[in-house]
Design a protein around this ligand. Structure first.
Ligand code: NAP
Length: 540
């Protein structure tokens, strides 16, 4: 189809989303002399950190490395105040980046992209917002995030509930005052585990509706010590190099010791030390925690013991004890006094696997074990991850084929960067890339740099079109699958990595589990080999 050009803003590149990915993409494009516009649904920059304003929202990666590495002056001048930055601080940081790099003048806020159509006539993309505005560009880059499409549970009769309800990923900007209220929280993933202790302190009563018990590691948050901040700044080059050289983009390596290479006593001491230190480093304790079930059991049992020691009521502790999936096969949360919260008099735990939610009522939630009276409900129920944010846009490629149809059986990409049949479309941290298995800014920078270099290559070789092939996507899909099955990750049957949290979503392990460093090397080799697996078409 050919689309009329009138009243259409046209640039070289259109970027959708102004979070970590979109902001950096815009900066790189400008540097290279491309004209670019960013379309952003929110009224400000920040993406995830713009929307997720729920109580207790903060980052599980430590602040000094959950940040951009591309600008030495930026990382030297910014001062983080806590070990784990809270949402408002990360948003301030991204606002600062947008101002410092003068990005806002190229961002159109309040524009939700409804449709992206490949124009057969020009070979470029035409986007339409839900307000009917049109934008066109030769290249389209999605920077829509992996966890931005809210998963709201289909609870029968929810519309009859008389109180207010919220999804954590769409939190009211003015905040919510829970003082004196009976609050229900559904969901005990990373978000619920952050929000529950904070809500419990404010609410008159909190009822937590848990479907899957979760392993959680204490965060041990605290103020950023001046001496540590100084040390980080003096060593940023090395820290960033380590991040790029690791599996997960964190500045520490997974230990090369297998769990059974040390005595039980030594193993427990190692777990104790990491438990005391806090944070995601716990899962790096041994080389084989994610590949050997027996090794994993040692970590899982250590955490189960901690839960039993922390929670006073043995029946509640038992409900909170994860048994149905190995440790870290779902993204492990980190917490601040999460298990301790169940010792409070004003907190009740309901196991909805034992007694499922039946329906909402005007005054609460009814499970098979009875009705729980509530004034408001918080859904910490996660996201339609990875594919959801892309499929929320009606993306139509060659011959008008819809991405929704092409991905009906699950996502199919080459390197998580391109989809066959969708030329000139790049997906930052798309399904099939390491993305959510990593510290996101590190994965984002790698993708943005690769896409920027690719666009520069296209320009210098006079190419107007790049598209991946079916063969390349099939071969890559097999590698994504094989990488997942070299780990224990697929054993978590209810994991959102597999799409299992969204009813009806195809069960496909979506992120690439082979490690960020190996993946980045592979991307470099693909580019060096003349963009192996892509077809480049010269200007006629
Ligand atoms: P999540 O991990 O998908 O957890 C959602 C929770 O809601 C799970 O406990 C899930 O149970 C439950 N749930 C979903 N639908 C339900 C239903 N119909 N009935 C009852 N329970 C239901 O989502 P999330 O906690 O928002 O976290 C998603 C990801 O975002 C994290 O894994 C992490 O990668 C990222 N995140 C990061 C941070 C951070 O860095 N600070 C914070 C929050 C989130 P099941 O487990 O049984 O499905």
């Amino acid at each position: 189809m050919t689309i009329a050009q009138e009243s259409t803003e046209t640039t070289d590149v259109l970027v959708v989303g102004a979070g970590f990915a979109g902001l950096y993409m815009l900066h790189r494009l400008r540097d290279l002399g491309f004209s670019a516009t960013v379309l952003e649904a929110g009224d400000g920059v920040g993406g995830t950190w713009y929307w997720n304003r729920y109580p207790g929202a903060r980052c599980d990666s430590e602040s000094y490395y959950y940040s951009y590495s591309f600008d030495e002056a930026l990382q030297q001048e910014w001062e983080w105040t806590e070990r784990y930055a809270e949402q408002s601080e990360i948003l301030r940081y991204l606002d600062h980046v947008a101002d410092r790099l003068d990005l806002r003048r190229s961002i159109r806020f309040g524009r939700r992209v409804a449709e992206a159509v490949l124009d057969d006539g020009t070979g470029g993309w035409v986007l339409r917002t839900d307000a009917g505005e049109r934008y066109a560009a030769r290249f389209l880059v999605t920077a829509v995030g992996c966890l931005s499409s809210a998963n709201i549970p289909r609870i029968p009769a929810l519309e009859t509930f008389g109180g207010r309800w919220f999804h954590t990923g769409r939190w009211p900007h003015e905040g919510v005052d829970f003082t004196g209220l009976r609050v229900g929280v559904v969901g005990t993933g990373s978000t619920g585990i952050q929000a529950i202790p904070v809500i419990a302190e404010q609410a008159a009563h909190l009822t937590v509706f848990q479907r899957t018990a979760n392993y959680s590691i204490p965060a041990r948050n605290g103020p950023m010590e001046a001496a540590f901040q100084r040390e980080v700044k003096e060593n940023y080059a090395e820290i960033r190099n380590t991040q790029r050289a690791t599996i997960n983009g964190h500045p520490f390596h997974v230990s090369d010791r297998p769990a059974f290479s040390v005595s039980e006593q030594e193993r427990t001491a190692i777990y104790e030390e990491l438990w005391g230190r806090g944070g995601l480093r716990f899962r790096a304790a041994f080389a084989d925690l994610l590949t050997d079930k027996d090794a994993n059991d040692t970590a899982a049992e250590f955490i189960r013991t901690k839960i039993r020691e922390t929670v006073h009521d043995p029946a509640v502790a038992e409900k909170l004890t994860p048994r149905d999936h190995p440790f870290a096969t779902k993204r492990p949360p980190i917490d601040t006094r999460y298990f301790e919260t169940y010792n409070r008099d004003n907190v009740t735990l309901v196991d909805v696997r034992e007694s499922p939610i039946v329906e909402a009522t005007p005054t609460g939630l009814r499970t098979t074990s009875g009705e729980y009276p509530l004034d408001c409900l918080v859904f910490a129920t996660g996201f339609d991850a990875l594919t959801g944010p892309l499929l929320n846009i009606d993306i139509r490629g060659d011959g008008g084929r819809a991405l929704r149809d092409v991905w009906a059986e699950g996502p199919r990409t080459y390197l998580g960067l391109q989809v066959p049949g969708f030329p000139n479309l790049f997906t930052i941290t798309g399904p099939g890339s390491p993305s959510v298995l990593t510290n996101m800014p590190t994965a984002i920078e790698q993708h943005v740099d690769w896409i920027a270099a690719c666009l520069r290559h296209l320009r210098s070789t006079g190419s107007e079109r790049i598209e991946t092939t079916d063969d390349a996507a099939d071969a890559w899909g097999a590698q994504v699958n094989a990488a997942a099955h070299r780990t224990l990750l697929p054993m978590a049957e209810s994991s959102w990595y597999l799409g299992a949290n969204v009813p009806g979503k195809p069960r496909v392990f979506m992120p690439y589990a082979g490690g960020l460093a190996a993946y980045a090397r592979h991307c470099e080799e693909v580019a060096a080999a003349g963009y192996d697996g892509f077809r480049l078409t010269q200007v006629r």
